[in-house]
Design a binder for this molecule. Structure first.
Ligand code: ZN
Length: 198
């Protein structure tokens, strides 16, 4: 028997599809939303729609942006010859928060994982190789220290070495399997400064 409105059921179902939201949390959010002022609900739905429509990948580094080229890639203050390779935009955000890295990035949007059937063609790897045709001095591989992150780092380093471009890997101060976004800034900086040439 459905003793509530079908709208609440539907809203709870949709919210429950979001990552990390179980049925209980979804129900709590649904009740919260129907008790919000109508104006606030409209603001929320508008910003969700706009974000989905406007935000896309930077055509150079594949960071999330609402411009053709993201602010980091188009900044004259950034060293365009130094590229840090990260798995996802959240990792990029973690390094940006340190405020100490002056190069640019390349976001792979994943890592190679034979177990999950994710191969080199499934991440932004050929786009990275294409970028190396430009004036690049150093590639810093900052993929996670998980099995997938290490496999990806190895794959990239093998691919890039013959080009003569310096390839380095962030130091192993980063806990094994730890997502970069959960690591504090000091640890990240230490990992970056202690990077080793591959
Ligand atoms: Zn960019």
């Amino acid at each position: 028997m459905n003793y509530y409105s079908d709208y609440i059921t539907k809203l709870t179902e949709e919210l429950g599809r979001l990552p990390g939201i179980g049925h209980k949390s979804a129900a709590r959010l649904a009740y919260h939303i129907i008790n919000m002022p109508k104006e606030s609900v409209k603001e929320l739905t508008d910003v969700i729609t706009a974000a989905r429509e406007k935000v896309r990948y930077c055509s150079r580094c594949f960071n999330l942006t609402d411009a053709e080229v993201c602010p980091i890639c188009s900044s004259e203050k950034r060293n365009q010859a130094q590229i840090m390779v990260v798995e996802n935009p959240r990792d990029l955000a973690a390094y940006e928060k340190t405020g100490k890295y002056e190069g640019v990035y390349h976001v792979l949007h994943g890592a190679i994982s034979p177990v999950l059937g994710i191969g080199p063609a499934d991440i932004k790897l050929k786009e990275l190789i294409k970028r190396l045709e430009g004036d690049i001095e150093e590639l810093i591989i900052a993929t996670n220290s998980s099995l997938e992150g290490e496999a990806t780092a190895m794959y990239i380093s093998k691919l890039v070495k013959p080009t003569g471009i310096k390839v380095s890997r962030i130091a192993s101060g980063v806990p094994v399997g730890g997502d970069l976004e959960y690591i504090d800034e000091v640890t990240l900086l230490r990992a970056l400064e202690g990077r080793v040439t591959l």
